[in-house]
Design a protein around this ligand. Structure first.
Ligand SMILES: NC(=O)c1ccc[n+]([C@@H]2O[C@H](COP(=O)([O-])OP(=O)(O)OC[C@H]3O[C@@H](n4cnc5c(N)ncnc54)[C@H](O)[C@@H]3O)[C@@H](O)[C@H]2O)c1
Length: 348
């Protein structure tokens, strides 16, 4: 069987899962190497997965001749530069979201990909989640008629430790969390967002304001063809990892997600339904696996990726407009070009 040689860059919580999936559950992949600035961690995970090569940097890994593709799972700030370097080395790329933390970096990364003639997929794995896929099929079949309202909720269960903020290696809420919903808002509605108005709060954790971040937001959306939408994000739901989306149309509604981890409901004297989804790695376990399987297959058989760099750019442009709206206190147009409009600073 033909196999795609692949290297994983950044093996923290997310990258480790991708590496495990590639090593154990994707027969068409050969996990060749792991790289991480924490070289000891890379070595340790390589040993755990019984692969021979581990590196402390991307350039060292890119020198491996058996690698045809790279999966990038570093913190957000390093995505654009890693994409550029991998493209220059002629590798196909699967990069975690977001594509970049600002539009100039995003354009530079996409230009490098285009120049090198390699392919780039962005890790919007909800395109592979069975519930979202089933909903999209119904929308595409016209079962809810013309989509009119998009609503989405993304609530993390546990707030990140305060110590994670000062490093500034991940984008603020819109870039790190809401970006999934910005992507869904385009994908499920099959339309582009023209304008956003963001409302934010630092209530319960005013300290995050110092790092230009927020703990919760609601973002109202206007679409090019006249539809509207609303997205809520929150970092501290406490009770569960709660991700839900609804698309309402002229003939009905399609509703994705529930707080329950499985379709089985256990009703108890306490009134609780168990088990609840508690983490993205469990809620989206199927999606992460389907994502790397599909990427590997498509690269091997010279097919285009399902979620493109262009999708990454368009979701990022919505996040930039939302951050500018949050900073300026008014609605902002979504634009793909930075051109003086982009006042947002993007890191915390
Ligand atoms: N698609 C999703 O649902 C999803 C979920 C979680 C995280 N993510 C994304 O995945 C990425 C990683 O998140 P995480 O939670 O695993 O973070 P993490 O902090 O747990 O891990 C990051 C890893 O990257 C390493 N690293 C840091 N800088 C590096 C560099 N310049 N080069 C190489 N390695 C470097 C760190 O040592 C660490 O091992 C982030 O961009 C995040 O937004 C996506």
């Amino acid at each position: 069987m033909a196999k795609l040689g692949i290297g994983v860059l950044g093996v923290g919580e997310m990258g480790k899962r991708h590496a495990e999936n590639l090593r154990r559950l994707v027969p068409e992949a050969r996990l060749v190497a792991i790289a991480d600035v924490a070289a000891d961690r890379a070595r340790h995970i390589a040993a755990e997965l019984e692969i021979e090569q581990s590196f402390g940097s991307l350039p060292e890994m890119l020198a491996c001749k058996d690698i045809q593709a790279v999966l990038i799972s570093t913190p957000d700030k390093f995505h654009a530069e890693a994409i550029r370097a991998a493209a220059v080395a002629g590798k196909d790329i699967l990069c975690e979201k977001p594509l970049a933390l600002n539009l100039p970096d995003a354009h530079a990364a996409l230009a490098a990909v285009a120049r090198a003639g390699v392919r780039l997929q962005i890790g919007f794995m909800r395109h592979y989640d069975p519930a979202y896929v089933a909903a999209m099929k119904r929308i595409e079949a016209g079962e809810i008629g013309e989509p009119v309202i998009f609503k989405s909720i993304g609530r993390d269960k546990d707030v990140p430790p305060l110590a994670a903020y000062p490093s500034g290696v991940n984008g603020m809420l819109f870039y790190n969390n809401t970006i999934h919903d910005f992507d869904l808002a385009r994908w499920l509605m099959r339309d582009e967002i023209s304008e956003v108005h963001a409302y934010t709060t630092v209530a319960i954790r005013p300290e995050v304001a110092e790092y230009s971040d927020v703990v919760a937001s609601v973002v109202n959306l206007k679409y090019g063809r006249g539809a509207i939408g609303n997205i809520e994000s929150y970092v501290q739901a406490v009770y569960a990892y709660d991700v839900r989306t609804e698309v309402l149309g002229s003939k009905g509604s399609v509703f994705i997600g529930s707080v329950a981890q499985t379709a089985t409901a256990f009703l108890h004297a306490s009134g609780r339904v168990q088990p609840l989804a508690d983490h993205f790695l469990t809620r989206f376990a199927d999606a992460y696996l389907a994502e790397v399987r599909d990427f590997v297959h498509n690269m091997l058989y010279d097919k285009p990726p399902l979620v493109t760099g262009e999708d990454g750019l368009k979701a990022l442009a919505i996040a930039v407009a939302a951050e500018n709206s949050h900073l300026q206190g008014r609605a902002r147009e979504v634009t793909l070009q930075a051109a003086g409009e982009q006042i947002a600073t993007h890191a915390h």
